[in-house]
Design a protein around this ligand. Structure first.
Ligand code: ZN
Length: 187
Protein backbone atom coordinates (compact mmCIF):
# COMPACT_ATOMS: atom_id res chain seq x y z
CA UNK A 1 0.00 0.00 0.00
CA UNK A 2 1.50 3.32 -1.00
CA UNK A 3 1.27 6.47 1.06
CA UNK A 4 -1.73 7.85 -0.88
CA UNK A 5 -3.70 4.57 -0.51
CA UNK A 6 -2.84 4.44 3.19
CA UNK A 7 -4.12 7.99 3.74
CA UNK A 8 -7.28 7.29 1.76
CA UNK A 9 -7.99 4.15 3.78
CA UNK A 10 -7.30 5.90 7.11
CA UNK A 11 -9.70 8.68 6.19
CA UNK A 12 -12.42 6.16 5.25
CA UNK A 13 -12.07 4.44 8.62
CA UNK A 14 -12.19 7.77 10.48
CA UNK A 15 -15.32 8.82 8.56
CA UNK A 16 -17.01 5.53 9.43
CA UNK A 17 -16.13 5.91 13.11
CA UNK A 18 -17.57 9.44 13.09
CA UNK A 19 -20.78 8.55 11.25
CA UNK A 20 -21.79 5.55 13.37
CA UNK A 21 -22.17 7.42 16.70
CA UNK A 22 -23.74 10.39 14.93
CA UNK A 23 -26.48 8.13 13.59
CA UNK A 24 -26.91 6.19 16.82
CA UNK A 25 -27.25 9.20 19.10
CA UNK A 26 -28.93 11.73 16.80
CA UNK A 27 -31.87 13.57 18.39
CA UNK A 28 -35.32 12.92 16.92
CA UNK A 29 -35.61 15.39 14.07
CA UNK A 30 -39.26 16.22 14.81
CA UNK A 31 -38.21 18.41 17.80
CA UNK A 32 -36.10 20.82 15.79
CA UNK A 33 -38.63 22.64 13.61
CA UNK A 34 -40.55 23.43 16.82
CA UNK A 35 -37.49 24.87 18.61
CA UNK A 36 -36.55 26.95 15.59
CA UNK A 37 -40.07 28.39 15.44
CA UNK A 38 -39.84 29.19 19.15
CA UNK A 39 -36.32 30.71 18.87
CA UNK A 40 -37.25 32.93 15.95
CA UNK A 41 -40.92 33.56 16.76
CA UNK A 42 -40.46 35.63 19.94
CA UNK A 43 -41.79 38.90 18.45
CA UNK A 44 -45.42 37.89 19.04
CA UNK A 45 -44.66 38.23 22.78
CA UNK A 46 -43.58 41.89 22.48
CA UNK A 47 -46.22 44.44 23.60
CA UNK A 48 -47.76 46.64 20.90
CA UNK A 49 -45.88 49.94 20.40
CA UNK A 50 -42.82 48.64 22.29
CA UNK A 51 -39.58 49.77 20.64
CA UNK A 52 -37.44 46.68 20.10
CA UNK A 53 -33.71 47.44 20.37
CA UNK A 54 -31.68 45.90 17.53
CA UNK A 55 -28.38 44.05 17.81
CA UNK A 56 -26.46 46.66 15.85
CA UNK A 57 -24.75 48.97 16.47
CA UNK A 58 -22.89 47.25 19.29
CA UNK A 59 -22.16 49.56 22.22
CA UNK A 60 -19.70 49.93 25.05
CA UNK A 61 -20.98 51.25 28.40
CA UNK A 62 -18.24 53.28 30.09
CA UNK A 63 -17.41 53.02 33.81
CA UNK A 64 -18.76 56.56 34.31
CA UNK A 65 -22.09 55.65 32.67
CA UNK A 66 -22.30 52.42 34.69
CA UNK A 67 -21.91 54.37 37.93
CA UNK A 68 -24.71 56.76 36.89
CA UNK A 69 -27.23 54.18 35.67
CA UNK A 70 -26.84 51.04 37.78
CA UNK A 71 -26.89 49.85 41.41
CA UNK A 72 -23.68 48.40 42.92
CA UNK A 73 -25.12 44.85 42.58
CA UNK A 74 -26.04 45.43 38.92
CA UNK A 75 -22.52 46.72 38.22
CA UNK A 76 -20.94 43.74 39.96
CA UNK A 77 -22.99 41.16 38.03
CA UNK A 78 -23.29 42.89 34.64
CA UNK A 79 -19.76 44.27 34.30
CA UNK A 80 -17.57 42.39 36.80
CA UNK A 81 -18.94 38.89 36.10
CA UNK A 82 -20.40 38.49 39.59
CA UNK A 83 -23.37 36.27 40.53
CA UNK A 84 -26.49 37.29 42.43
CA UNK A 85 -27.63 35.21 45.41
CA UNK A 86 -29.91 32.28 44.53
CA UNK A 87 -33.66 32.84 45.07
CA UNK A 88 -33.08 36.61 45.15
CA UNK A 89 -34.76 37.46 41.82
CA UNK A 90 -38.52 38.03 41.51
CA UNK A 91 -38.15 36.65 37.97
CA UNK A 92 -37.85 33.12 39.43
CA UNK A 93 -41.62 33.23 39.89
CA UNK A 94 -42.44 35.12 36.66
CA UNK A 95 -44.66 33.10 34.33
CA UNK A 96 -46.54 35.75 32.32
CA UNK A 97 -46.11 35.92 28.52
CA UNK A 98 -43.50 38.46 27.45
CA UNK A 99 -39.82 38.99 26.72
CA UNK A 100 -36.69 39.34 28.85
CA UNK A 101 -34.35 42.12 27.74
CA UNK A 102 -30.78 43.01 28.78
CA UNK A 103 -30.94 45.41 31.71
CA UNK A 104 -27.94 47.34 30.39
CA UNK A 105 -28.93 47.87 26.73
CA UNK A 106 -32.52 46.49 26.36
CA UNK A 107 -31.65 43.94 23.64
CA UNK A 108 -34.23 41.09 23.81
CA UNK A 109 -32.45 37.96 25.11
CA UNK A 110 -35.18 35.41 25.93
CA UNK A 111 -38.93 34.97 25.58
CA UNK A 112 -41.30 33.59 28.20
CA UNK A 113 -41.73 30.51 25.96
CA UNK A 114 -38.03 29.67 26.56
CA UNK A 115 -38.30 29.81 30.38
CA UNK A 116 -38.70 26.87 32.75
CA UNK A 117 -38.43 26.25 36.48
CA UNK A 118 -34.99 24.69 37.06
CA UNK A 119 -35.41 24.91 40.88
CA UNK A 120 -31.83 26.24 41.10
CA UNK A 121 -32.81 29.69 42.39
CA UNK A 122 -31.96 31.54 39.17
CA UNK A 123 -34.25 32.36 36.24
CA UNK A 124 -33.60 29.56 33.72
CA UNK A 125 -34.22 29.12 30.02
CA UNK A 126 -33.69 26.15 27.68
CA UNK A 127 -32.63 28.34 24.78
CA UNK A 128 -32.09 32.02 23.93
CA UNK A 129 -32.87 34.39 21.06
CA UNK A 130 -30.43 33.43 18.26
CA UNK A 131 -27.32 35.62 17.86
CA UNK A 132 -28.25 37.84 20.84
CA UNK A 133 -25.82 36.10 23.20
CA UNK A 134 -22.08 35.32 22.89
CA UNK A 135 -20.44 32.45 24.77
CA UNK A 136 -16.95 32.16 26.23
CA UNK A 137 -15.09 29.72 28.50
CA UNK A 138 -14.89 30.63 32.19
CA UNK A 139 -12.11 29.05 34.28
CA UNK A 140 -12.89 30.76 37.64
CA UNK A 141 -13.92 27.45 39.26
CA UNK A 142 -11.87 24.23 39.13
CA UNK A 143 -13.91 22.89 36.20
CA UNK A 144 -14.43 25.02 33.07
CA UNK A 145 -17.88 26.52 32.56
CA UNK A 146 -19.43 28.36 29.62
CA UNK A 147 -20.48 31.88 30.42
CA UNK A 148 -22.44 34.10 28.08
CA UNK A 149 -22.73 37.80 27.46
CA UNK A 150 -25.21 40.11 25.74
CA UNK A 151 -24.06 40.43 22.12
CA UNK A 152 -24.94 44.14 21.90
CA UNK A 153 -23.32 45.64 25.02
CA UNK A 154 -21.11 42.75 26.18
CA UNK A 155 -22.64 42.64 29.67
CA UNK A 156 -22.32 39.38 31.60
CA UNK A 157 -25.62 37.47 31.94
CA UNK A 158 -24.94 33.96 33.27
CA UNK A 159 -23.72 30.45 32.48
CA UNK A 160 -25.10 27.75 30.20
CA UNK A 161 -25.07 24.10 31.30
CA UNK A 162 -25.98 20.85 29.55
CA UNK A 163 -28.48 19.58 32.15
CA UNK A 164 -31.61 21.32 30.89
CA UNK A 165 -34.88 19.90 29.58
CA UNK A 166 -35.63 18.71 26.03
CA UNK A 167 -35.57 19.61 23.24
CA UNK A 168 -32.22 21.42 23.69
CA UNK A 169 -31.07 19.89 27.02
CA UNK A 170 -29.52 23.30 27.79
CA UNK A 171 -29.93 25.33 30.99
CA UNK A 172 -29.25 29.03 30.51
CA UNK A 173 -28.84 30.07 34.13
CA UNK A 174 -29.33 33.83 34.12
CA UNK A 175 -28.89 36.43 36.83
CA UNK A 176 -32.29 38.09 37.28
CA UNK A 177 -30.56 41.39 38.04
CA UNK A 178 -29.23 41.44 34.44
CA UNK A 179 -32.73 41.27 32.94
CA UNK A 180 -35.86 43.35 32.55
CA UNK A 181 -39.13 41.53 32.01
CA UNK A 182 -41.51 43.18 29.55
CA UNK A 183 -44.99 41.64 29.86
CA UNK A 184 -46.86 41.26 26.59
CA UNK A 185 -49.91 42.90 28.12
CA UNK A 186 -48.03 45.69 29.91
CA UNK A 187 -48.50 48.41 27.26
ZN1 ZN B 1 -26.91 44.28 26.59
Amino acid sequence: MNRRQYLHRSLSILSALYLVPTKLFAQPKRDWPAIEVLQNGWRHLVPKNFDVVSLRPRINISRAEQAKRFTPLEIEVLFEEGTENPYSSPYNEETRPGIYTCRACSLPLFSSEMKYDSKTGWPSFFTSIPDHMSKKADYKLIWPRTEYHCSKCGSHQGHVFKDGPPPTYERWCNNGVCLNFIAKNSA
